[in-house]
Design a protein around this ligand. Sequence first.
Ligand code: MG
Length: 277
Amino acid sequence: MISLRVPLKTQVSKQDKARVKKLSAAYGLYVSETFLRETPYCDENGVFRGTLYPMLPWEDIDTVLLDMDGTLLDLHFDNHFWREHIPRRYAEIHGVDLDDARQDLYARMTRIEGTMDWYCLDYWSRELGLDVAVLKEEVDHLIAVHPFVPEFLDGLKAAGKRRVLVTNAHTRSLALKMERTDLAGRLDAVICAHDLGLPKEDVGFWERLQTREPFDPARSLLVDDNLDILRSARGYGIAHLLGVYQPDSQAAPRDGAEFEVVRSFCDLLPSFPGLFA
Ligand SMILES: [Mg+2]
């Protein structure tokens, strides 16, 4: 976190905003619009504190690889589905105690977390004796796009960047989400890890992605809410990496110490040179 000293006030004046912007530009930092809109907070020494984001060097980025669940979409749907809905429906359909169902399911999930099976609806349907894809539709009203995602995707297009969705989600889960949102028309390509046979957590995924969607790792940005995936992308050499501050709008924010994080896609908008100025 970087702090800039400005007068202790309860509201940030236009002049203060301009000064913070000028100073941050001098340091090559970007002051998020969210930050400027939030009630400012000053410490006991009158130091204005807030997070300043490094400006993304858009001139060095051609391809933007975007994760779906927890990044473009609110992870609340998936968390609710796997933690609440599935255990409840499993208990109802198989006539077992809800707590037992929960424990059983959590143990099974933990065993295969991060593997291709973990993301595979066919695997879970077989394993649990349930039609998982149909159960998803029962709570599909919870599928939601994170704020400012459409504007961000439109901004990328206007700036001439290639927008590629790369997801571990199962094809049927992906189809349901594309159906329930307006994202599909805002993406240049949609890549499903199941079609490549490796999850994004595996560094080999990125090499296989080249066969479907050739990209220059040195000129690509990945935004993903999963730390293991950001690490595998870093291992492959993807130069620009951003995590997500709050993948699930109903849960606590994540610790973003290892990677820079997106608090709101609104924050990325004004950093397109000249586009949103
Ligand atoms: Mg994700």
